[in-house]
Write a protein that binds this ligand. Structure first.
Ligand SMILES: [Cu+2]
Length: 579
């Protein structure tokens, strides 16, 4: 606490002197002009000086013979957040923090090319996109240090919505995201295009990535990001800008908001408690706008909102805030409500209301959208009755502070936890357990939440659309229905996990295949016999060869056989360490 206080005093003096220095690292945003950031006076007050909100540049790809290729290069960089030493960061395509916004159209054939210039391995996951497992960029699809990954071409199937890309390297996801690796993906489609919605990027259509960072001294260099053993940052970064401000026109404005945090939930609202309208969820527009004054967002979730400044005076200001304080009506388990200013689960921003974005109202634009459409989309949603199979996942932990798991099993790259039949519609119920809240995300689908705690009535009106990530409060459950149309093999399975990246890296993740499953029983019988044979139990070389054979069989690791073997047969045979 003492160190933090001293740090603040130093920064406040620097701010009072007008700031200085700041190469700021390379950036291509053009709007990321502020290179020296003033420090918040505390987590709970509005700072007196602001920095211009960075707007990520657009990346529209290169089209050749009907296929559009998006090139992303991940590299080290540095950015001046504080006075003194610059902060070492990661960024895509020369950005000092975060990456360009990838823009694609539904129906387009695209491919992604990722060059990894880091000294460590990474992966790039297209969060929310409906793509097959080998394109998905999960933990198995490693882009080794110095190498380039070019995906197979795929057709963009998603509805118009806001998605994002980020590393998914098991064990270092939190680190790489913390250092700045990530970016938005905006999908456009014909249904959205005919609506009278704001879509002038950076003017009345604004992407907002919300996160925070803790600064520490690493190897004698001050102002570096802490990316382990901390759930929370101390300083708010909006699109990577500390103390961000933006000029927004006196009209309806669209905000595409992503919670890009490690663990913190946001309880968003405006400083005058004005009503705003949720128009989109993770996977598409809602059928109609939903009016709210507060919006809870867990890590990985996206909501598109519309807010009107038509009644505000030009030159007036207001704030977008997160109401995470003791007067918020929130209770323990909400991430960020812990009443501590330091330590792994404390933060200067915890248990307080803090500013996310300072907004200065400017003149309306010539093409201002003046009315909120009453209908937005014509989604036909799945219902619980559509499900032909039910699965349950229970988040467990032996004690507070111990790693979270699904049903007692920490993540293993070599264990398939669920096998889903391609094309099947299933209902999954996820229970949070009694330790903490979580943020559940599943790959390969967009789902419809059909119940919270078994009741459709407890599903929030603003979360009625297509989702891929969802806030899961402590001691609660949620049930979603999804159709699994995208296939994933055992070599490149899909993930389901908590999107609190510290929980994810700690093992709160499972993996599943989507494919034909009718031949699993035959393979199961064969491998069971092999594993149970005396040869397997006594001859290590043969055990290894059986293991390799099992791994080479695309279906062999699906749960129909692996679950009984891994939990019962393998244990009794003494060979569970193979897997
Ligand atoms: Cu979690």
């Amino acid at each position: 606490m003492k160190a933090i206080t001293n740090c603040l005093v130093t920064l406040l003096i620097a701010a009072a002197l007008g700031g200085c220095g700041g190469g700021g690292g390379s950036t291509t945003t053009g709007t990321d002009a502020a290179t020296v950031s003033s420090a918040p006076t505390s987590g709970s007050t509005t700072p007196s000086t602001f920095n211009a909100l960075a707007i990520p540049p657009l990346l529209t790809g290169t089209s050749v013979n009907g296929t559009t290729t998006f090139d992303l290069t991940l590299a080290t960089a540095s950015k001046q957040f504080m006075t003194g030493a610059a902060t070492a960061t990661y960024g895509y395509n020369g950005n000092a923090f975060w990456g360009p916004t990838v823009v694609m159209n539904k129906g387009d054939v695209v491919q992604m090319q990722v060059k990894n210039t880091l000294a460590e391995d990474t992966t790039t996951h297209w969060h929310g996109l409906l793509v097959p497992g080998e394109v998905d960029g999960g933990p198995h699809q490693v882009v080794a240090a110095g190498s380039t990954w070019l995906t197979n071409p795929f057709t963009v199937k998603n509805q118009a919505a806001t998605f994002w890309y980020h590393p998914h390297m098991h064990g270092t996801t939190q680190k790489q995201l913390t250092l700045g690796a990530g970016g938005f993906i905006i999908v456009k489609d014909a249904e959205e295009a005919v609506l009278n919605l704001p879509r002038t990027y950076g003017t009345d259509d604004i992407p907002l990535m919300l996160t925070s960072r803790r600064f520490i001294t690493t190897n004698g260099v001050a102002n570096q990001f802490q990316y382990t053993t901390t759930a929370y940052g101390d300083y708010m970064l909006t699109n990577g800008t500390m103390n961000a401000e933006v000029a927004l026109p006196k009209q309806l404005v669209r905000l595409r908001i992503l919670n890009g945090e490690t663990e913190r939930d946001y309880n968003l609202g405006f400083s005058d408690n004005r009503t705003f309208y949720v128009i989109g969820n993770d996977g598409g527009l809602l059928n109609a706008p939903v009016a709210v004054t507060r919006l809870i967002m867990a890590p990985g979730e996206r909501y598109e909102i519309m807010v009107s400044f038509a009644g505000d005076a030009v030159g007036s200001s207001l704030d977008l805030k997160s109401y995470n304080g003791p007067d918020s009506g929130l209770s323990f388990g909400y991430a960020g409500l812990e009443n501590a200013t330091s330590g792994e689960f404390g933060s200067l921003l915890n248990y307080t209301t803090f500013t996310v974005l300072h907004i200065n109202v400017g003149a309306a634009t010539a093409n201002a959208v003046t009315a909120l459409p009453s209908t937005l989309a014509s989604n036909t949603y799945l219902t619980a009755a559509d499900a032909i199979k039910v699965r349950t996942l229970n988040i467990t932990a032996t004690a507070p502070g111990a790693p979270f798991t699904f049903d007692g099993l920490g993540y293993s790259m070599d264990r398939i936890d669920q096998a889903v039949t391609a094309g099947a519609t299933e209902a999954w119920t996820i229970s949070a357990g009694s330790i903490f809240s979580h943020s559940f995300h599943i790959h390969g689908v967009q789902f419809k939440i059909v119940g919270r705690n078994g009741k459709a009535s407890e599903v929030k009106s603003y979360e009625q659309g297509w989702k891929d990530t969802i806030y899961l409060p402590i001691r609660e459950s949620l049930t979603f229905v999804a159709r699994f149309n995208e296939t994933a093999s055992a070599s490149y399975p899909f993930m389901y996990h908590c999107h609190m990246t510290n929980h994810e890296d700690g093992g709160l993740m499972g993996q599943f295949t989507v494919g034909a499953t009718q031949t699993v029983s035959r393979i199961s019988a064969t491998i069971t016999a092999l594993l149970n044979s005396d040869i397997c139990r006594t001859d290590r070389s043969r055990r290894v060869s059986v293991r390799v054979a099992a791994k080479q069989s695309r279906l062999a690791r699906s749960d129909a056989w692996l679950r009984p073997i891994s939990r019962l047969t393998l244990v009794s045979a003494g060979v569970q360490d193979w897997f």
